[in-house]
Design a protein around this ligand. Structure first.
Ligand code: NAD
Length: 271
C-alpha cells in the first residue's frame, strides 16, 4: 500500500502571541508540520524564547517571515493589523496564502492593506490552548482548494473547524468567540450552587467542570438533539425537572440568547 506523502509547507506567524503559540504547538504536536517548517520573528523577547524552546525558527523580521512562508498567519491584535499589513505589502506574492485570525478585520480590508488576494479568514477561540477550539473559516475568492485543505489541517490540529460566509462572522464571535466566558460563569455558578447545597468547594468545582464537559461530549458524540438528551434525564416529579423549573423561571435560555446577541451587536459596532 502506498503511504501518502506529507504535505509540507512553510508556515509563518506575524505576531507570536497566545493564539499563535496555541496554533504552532498544536500543529507541531499533531505532526501536521515538522517544527522546522514553522517560523516567526522576534517582536518581543519573552515570546521569542517560548517559540525557540519548541524548536520553531525565529527570523529577523516579519518581512522575512512573509518572504520565507507559503502560508502567513496574521496573528497580531486587530488594532495594529492595518499598519502591519501595509508594511508587509511588498513581501506578499501571488504564490502565498494570507490567513488572518484578527477578530473583526474584514476580507476587503485585508486585501486592500496587504495587496494579497489569496486570503482565508479564520475565527478560532481560546480553547485552542487545549486542542478544543471551535474555529470558523471564510474562504476568499482567490484561495484554492489546496489552500482550504491546508488551513483545515492546521486548525483541526487545535480543535474543530467549519466554513461559513463572512456575513456570519460577527455572530460567530458572539457565540463561539465569547462563549467560553459564558460557560466559565456557568461552571462557577454551578460550583457555588454545590457549595450552597453543602459540598466542599474543590469537589463542587471539579464536578461542575466535568459535568459541562460530559454534557458537551454527549451532544457532540451521541448525535442527539440537546432537548432529547434533556428529556431522557428528566423523570416525572424527579430532581432534574425541579432544577429545570428554576432555570426557566430565571430566564436561563433567554439570558443566554441575549448574551450572544449583545456580543454580536458589540462586535458589529467595533468592526
Ligand atoms: P497576543 O497579544 O497574545 O498576541 C499578539 C502578539 O503580536 C504579541 O506577542 C505581540 O508582541 C505581537 N506584536 C505586536 N506588534 C507587532 C508587530 N508590529 N509585528 C509583529 N508582532 C507584533 O494576542 P492573541 O490573543 O494571541 O490574539 C492574536 C490575534 O488573534 C488577535 O487579532 C485576536 O483578535 C485574534 N483572536 C484571538 C482569539 C483569542 O481567543 N485569543 C480568538 C480569535 C481571534
Amino acid at each position: 500500500m502506498e503511504i501518502p506523502s506529507l504535505d509540507v509547507f512553510k508556515l509563518g506567524f506575524v505576531g507570536a502571541g497566545n493564539m499563535a503559540e496555541s496554533i504552532a504547538r498544536g500543529v507541531a504536536k499533531s505532526g501536521v508540520l515538522p517544527v522546522t517548517a514553522i517560523r516567526t520573528s522576534h517582536h518581543r523577547a519573552e515570546r521569542r524564547s517560548v517559540f525557540q524552546s519548541f524548536g520553531f525558527q525565529i527570523l529577523e523580521s516579519s518581512g522575512q517571515v512573509v518572504a520565507d512562508s507559503d502560508i502567513v498567519i496574521l496573528s497580531v491584535k486587530p488594532q495594529i493589523a492595518r499598519k502591519v499589513l501595509l508594511e508587509l505589502k511588498p513581501f506578499f506574492t501571488d504564490d502565498k496564502l494570507l490567513v488572518s485570525i484578527a477578530a473583526g478585520i474584514k476580507m476587503r480590508d485585508l486585501q486592500e492593506w496587504s495587496g494579497q488576494h489569496r486570503i482565508i479568514r479564520v475565527m478560532p477561540n481560546t480553547p485552542a490552548a487545549v486542542g478544543e477550539a471551535a474555529s470558523v473559516m471564510c474562504v476568499g475568492e482567490m484561495a484554492t482548494e489546496k489552500d482550504k485543505e491546508r488551513v483545515v489541517s492546521l486548525f483541526k490540529a487545535i480543535g474543530k473547524i467549519w466554513t461559513a460566509d463572512e456575513k456570519f462572522f460577527d455572530a460567530v464571535t458572539g457565540l463561539s468567540g465569547s462563549g467560553p466566558a459564558y460557560v466559565y460563569i456557568a461552571i462557577e455558578a454551578l460550583a457555588d450552587g454545590g457549595v450552597a447545597a453543602g459540598l466542599p468547594r474543590d469537589l463542587a468545582l471539579a464536578l461542575a467542570s466535568q459535568t459541562v464537559l460530559g454534557a458537551a461530549s454527549m451532544v457532540d458524540m451521541s448525535g442527539k438533539h440537546p432537548g432529547q438528551l434533556k428529556d431522557a434525564v428528566t423523570s416525572p416529579a424527579g430532581t432534574t425537572i425541579a432544577g429545570i423549573h428554576e432555570l426557566e423561571k430565571g430566564g436561563f435560555r433567554g439570558t443566554l440568547m441575549s448574551a450572544v446577541i449583545a456580543a454580536t451587536n458589540r462586535c458589529r459596532e467595533l468592526s
